[in-house]
Design a protein. Structure first.
Length: 410
């Protein structure tokens, strides 16, 4: 028998028992589909994390003031103002792994342009803030260090604020009023979208740090050199831990904290938090993929079982083939090809269901599910291997039948 004859014989046997063949391949179908879906969901989750890190700023470390304690009750983080502009300058100058350090203050207020108004977040920042957050300019420019020193009345506005106040018009050069103080818009920012918590990062106005303290925000919480948060950008992701360690030592020294005394500030590494969440998601997906692989093995056992039944049912046919000249290897090849063909058909159907399932999950879950080409080849190859592994024993059993005994079989 030629390979073509074996394949045609295998397809004829499968076609003769379509329902049984489909039920036999069901484990392969489910396993292949599940492997593709799980890997796609995992890749989509990783892309989401990468996108969030890109929006927030890579290699970003945030330093937040400490907490206050009153009557034994501790306040929230940032309730105790312990960070200053000098701390931010020291971090940038004395920690070798720091690229930029940007002190900020934050408030909120009404922004007015003509007969339009909008309530938004107001941030007092330095020019280094744009580099720390990797925030690009859509039009115009960032304010300069000279404008910070002189407390200039200039502002950059986020995409949401620009659309709310100016619509499709270019706001650069226009005069807006922030808490009754006139500011010149010198730039607009490229949109960043929402944070993982659902907050709109583009609903913001940036003004020079000194201007925010003296003219708009003011108050005891931002008086003098005090700041609300310091955004620190490391030179690379590999040295973020070194940055945190050296920065913590420096701030403890500057704040005159004794050994054993708790820090009066908090350090948050957003990239690590997000990566930990991604790792948890990946571990869960690996576990689910392992379960899906078990489905493939169960499907393989089903194929072996049905092939053993097929050998029993076709014993006289096997004896007849041997009587007219078929050799043991021809019978082995025929049944092995039949098992592999059944497995591969299940694999093809499983790939179709896997692609469809990935699309449905992405649509219903409102999250990306990125189909990885290697997952298709992996699942398909595993299905073929299952067919060979579990089909070999029934095929060998058929090939070793005695022709005379096989012809006598009823």
């Amino acid at each position: 028998m030629t390979y073509g004859d074996c394949i045609m014989a295998a397809l004829g046997a499968i076609q003769a028992n379509v329902l049984r063949s489909v039920l036999t391949a069901l484990g392969i179908i489910i396993g292949v589909a599940a492997v593709i879906v799980m890997i796609s969901v995992g890749a989509g989750a990783q892309k989401q994390v990468d996108d969030v890190i890109k929006k927030l700023g890579s290699n970003l470390v945030i330093v937040v003031p400490g907490t206050t304690t009153s009557g034994g009750a501790r306040g929230a983080r940032g309730s105790r103002r312990t960070l200053t502009e000098d701390d931010a300058i020291a971090i940038q100058n004395e920690v070798p792994t720091v690229k930029v350090s940007a002190p900020t203050v934050r408030g909120s207020g009404q922004i007015i342009f003509g007969n339009q108004n909008w309530s938004t977040v107001i941030r007092g920042v330095t020019p280094d803030y744009g580099q720390a957050r990797e925030w690009e300019i859509a039009d115009g420019r960032w304010f300069s260090n000279d404008e910070v020193r002189s407390a200039a009345k200039v502002a950059l506005i986020g995409e949401t604020v620009s659309e709310s106040l100016f619509g499709n018009d270019n706001p650069v050069g226009q005069i807006i009023r922030i808490k009754r103080v006139p500011f010149t818009v010198i730039g607009t920012l490229v949109g960043k979208g929402e944070t993982p918590m659902g907050n709109d990062m583009d609903d913001v106005v940036f003004i020079p740090l000194t201007t925010a303290k003296k003219r708009t925000l003011g108050g005891r919480r931002v008086s003098g050199r005090l700041v609300g948060v310091v955004f620190v950008k490391s030179n690379s992701a590999e040295v973020v831990d070194d940055t945190i360690r050296d920065m913590t030592k420096l701030l403890r020294l500057r704040h005159k904290l004794r050994p054993g005394q708790p820090n009066d500030f908090f350090v948050r590494n957003l990239s690590s938090i997000l990566e930990a969440r991604a790792n948890s998601s990946r571990v869960m997906n690996l576990l689910l993929a392992a379960v899906a692989s078990i489905s493939l093995i169960v499907g393989g056992i089903g194929i072996m079982n049905i092939m053993l039944v097929s050998v029993t049912e076709r014993t006289r046919e096997i004896g007849l083939r041997m009587a007219v000249g078929a050799k043991g290897r021809d019978i082995l090849l025929q049944f092995l090809i039949e098992a592999v063909t059944l497995s591969l058909i299940g694999g093809v159907i499983g790939i179709v269901f896997g692609l469809g399932g990935s699309y449905i999950i992405a649509m219903i879950g409102n999250s990306p599910a990125i189909v990885q080409p290697y997952s298709i080849f992996l699942a398909f190859g595993f299905a073929a291997a299952v067919g060979v592994f579990f089909g070999f024993y029934p095929a060998r059993k058929a090939a070793r039948l005695d022709p005379i005994e096989a012809l006598r079989y009823e």
